[in-house]
Design a protein around this ligand. Structure first.
Ligand SMILES: C[C@](O)(CO)[C@H](O)COP(=O)(O)OP(=O)(O)OC[C@H]1O[C@@H](n2ccc(N)nc2=O)[C@H](O)[C@@H]1O
Ligand SMILES: Nc1ncnc2c1ncn2[C@@H]1O[C@H](COP(=O)(O)OP(=O)(O)OP(=O)(O)O)[C@@H](O)[C@H]1O
Length: 284
């Protein structure tokens, strides 16, 4: 049996760092939402018990380092599954971009294998398993829009944000999430107003959503990679309503409501940035 599953990217509407924990992770509070930019994962059952990753992207590992491999291995061992699986990853989400591409592949693999191997696990159980693989995986299991706390694994659902276009531009550098968190100075954090963002979403106030976009990691990544600042400035100059870096970066996204302005921003960015996307949010 074969299964085809979409693994969408996420963006952070807010990302706050509240402190450093004894286990080395940071306590965070983040409003995240999935967007219509997705990897396509194909799962095919295997009788020989092996987990095989097939990816044609040179940036994606095809061994146990792949988060989709780790997801399959976790389910196989935890539930004593004799079968194996071939996992084909058709990569559309830029790698090491702050868009949770690997985490979403892992989450899609968990959801898909739940069906393929008849495990009957709930979404909450899949999310708990996912958090053993990475901090963003639990959110990616649910998708839609949510508030993530703890180290990112405690997720509560939120309504869909007001509708708009999301333009994404990814500079050619890749960013290590661990490096960015390591460089956070807890005394110098620009805290976003998470509560105001949640209210703006609940009240469907587009202007307030724009006003309250904020990412405590942005300053850190901008200091490490000045080209991210340049992309932010360009996106603002071309007329985006609001602009922010997603996750640990380096991808920058902008919001815009009018189609005519979307085209202008998209064309302007394509002039100096290879990876530019214009997509919708997936909603709830
Ligand atoms: C930046 C975000 O993508 C925003 O959604 C996440 O906070 C990071 O999620 P992720 O990539 O799934 O992170 P993980 O794979 O769990 O952790 C990678 C590394 O980032 C750091 N890390 C991650 C999450 C967190 N709350 N605090 C941290 O300090 C740790 O050094 C960790 O070793
Ligand atoms: N399925 C996968 N897709 C992409 N990268 C993967 C995958 N599995 C493991 N990786 C490794 O993970 C690293 C980070 O890639 P990923 O695209 O997940 O980062 P990210 O978007 O910054 O994640 P996050 O936003 O969760 O921090 C890559 O350099 C790659 O070596």
């Amino acid at each position: 049996m074969r299964l085809l599953i979409k693994a969408p990217a996420k963006i952070n509407l807010t990302l706050d760092v509240l402190g450093k924990r004894a286990d080395g992770y940071h306590e965070v509070e983040m409003v995240m939402t999935t967007i219509d930019l997705a990897d396509r994962i194909e799962l095919e059952n295997r009788d020989d018990g092996q987990i095989i990753i097939i990816s044609h992207s040179r940036f994606v590992p095809e061994d146990q380092r792949n988060l989709a491999f780790q997801a399959a291995k976790l389910l196989k061992e935890r539930f004593n599954i004799q079968n194996g699986v071939s996992i084909s990853i058709d990569k559309a989400i830029p790698v090491a971009a702050g868009l949770a591409g690997g985490s979403s592949d892992a989450a899609a693999t968990l959801r898909g294998l739940n069906t393929l191997w008849n495990l009957n696990l709930t979404m909450d159980e899949l999310a708990d398993l996912g958090s053993e693989i990475g901090s963003d995986v639990a959110f990616c299991v649910y998708g839609g829009t949510g508030l993530a706390r703890g180290r990112g694994e405690k997720v509560t659902k939120l309504p869909a944000p007001p509708n708009c276009w999301v333009i994404l531009a990814k500079p050619s550098i890749g960013v290590s999430t661990a490096d960015v968190y390591r460089n956070v100075d807890l005394k110098k954090i620009d805290h976003p107003n998470t509560e105001a963002m949640i209210k703006a979403i609940q009240n469907q106030q587009y202007d307030e959503v724009c006003r309250n976009l904020g990412n405590a990691l942005e300053k850190v990544t901008l200091q490490m990679y000045p080209e991210v600042q340049h992309i932010k400035e360009q996106m603002e100059k071309f007329g985006a309503d609001a602009v922010l870096m997603s996750g640990s970066g380096p991808t920058v996204f902008g919001f815009v409501q009018h189609d005519s302005r979307l085209q202008r921003i998209y064309n302007g960015l394509r002039g100096f940035c290879d990876q530019v996307f214009a997509v919708r949010m997936l909603g709830e």
